[in-house]
Design a protein around this ligand. Structure first.
Ligand code: MN
Length: 322
């Protein structure tokens, strides 16, 4: 008997977005991308069977990246984001007791992104937004994003920062293509993205803003003490925060277990961020749901905590009416 779970880094694909997604194919072996497309495009029996076998009662779906984060034409990015949100809303409406949605937005136009997020939350019933890394090299601490954070905070809509390749290719990965992508560089990229938001003071200006990170927090929970210690002596060039960075990380950043099925980082995330800030996720179809499920069902944690991670925390943070 598997434990009833909510999962929230569960991906889908829409026809107009395959070309963007194909930009990441270099990260993994070609056979795997072919296999994934079928699973991503299905909202029916195949996905539900995988959920049912593993006790996933409710899956919050998000577009597989990078989506319009890689679109250079702003008007097209805005239009396509809207279209894919409508497509997802139509699928969710067919099975509202099994699926929820995370919005896709075009940060090229932050006002449009804020408006689209509001439409997705208030009209389409979505639970937050997933942003696939930098938008054409622009990170979420960019001054242009301020209007977006203001709206996300007002809506209490969490912003799931999902990894993607950065626009540049740093010398540190030269001759090591295996380190480029999910194995290593994605974690560095995404943790840095979140840290930019923290030290830019977004959470100070918008205390209700929230970031969700996958992969057990992209190693940030492990680093809290050192982040605070070296922030104190860092060359900040005038940057200030009222509290040490860990205060905002603990208060405004939540993490999921997606793609990490081992005890040490789970316990680290719980200890560092608190029992209310860790949520189960599988990362369908890029990870094996059965492995993720069996991991959380057998992890050495008490049953109250297991219930929080599998269900209660996501229900509260995503404001799910289930
Ligand atoms: Mn993912």
């Amino acid at each position: 008997m598997s434990i009833k779970k909510i999962a929230l880094e569960e991906h889908f694909m829409a026809p107009d977005f395959v070309d963007y997604w194909a930009m990441t194919f270099g990260n993994i072996s070609p056979e795997l991308s072919d296999k994934a497309l079928g699973a991503l495009s299905d909202f029916g029996a195949r996905r539900l069977e995988d959920m049912d076998k593993n006790g996933i009662e409710f899956a919050v779906l998000g577009l597989a990246g990078p989506g319009v984060q890689a679109e250079t034409n702003t008007a097209l990015a805005v239009r396509r984001a809207r279209e894919v949100n409508d497509l997802l809303a139509a699928e969710v409406a067919k099975k509202p007791n099994r699926y929820g949605g995370l919005a896709h937005v075009a940060m090229q136009d932050a006002k449009a992104a804020a408006d689209e997020l509001e439409r997705c939350i208030t009209q389409l019933g979505f639970s937050g937004v997933m942003i696939n890394g930098a938008t054409n090299g622009m990170y979420l601490d960019d001054p242009s994003a301020e209007i977006f954070w203001e709206r996300a905070a007002a809506l209490k809509a969490p912003v799931y920062i999902h990894p993607n390749n950065p626009t540049d290719y740093p010398a540190m990965y030269k001759d090591h293509p295996e380190l480029w992508g999910p194995m290593w560089s994605w974690g560095v990229e995404t943790a840095t993205h979140a840290m930019r938001v923290v030290t830019a003071g977004i959470f100070e200006r918008y205390p209700d803003a929230m970031i969700i990170l996958g992969h057990m927090g992209e190693a940030i929970p492990f680093q809290l003490w050192r982040i605070d210690s070296r922030w104190a002596i860092a060359n900040r060039q005038g940057r200030t925060l009222k509290e040490p960075p860990s205060h905002y990380i603990r208060k405004n950043i939540m993490v999921t277990t997606s793609g990490v099925c081992s005890e040490e980082p789970l316990h680290c995330a719980i200890d560092a961020l608190g029992a209310d800030n860790v949520m189960f996720s599988a990362d369908y179809p890029f990870e094996r749901t059965i492995e993720a499920s069996q991991f959380i069902e057998t992890a050495k944690i008490d049953e109250v905590l297991r219930q929080k991670i599998c269900w209660d925390n996501a229900k509260r943070i995503l404001n799910l009416k289930i």
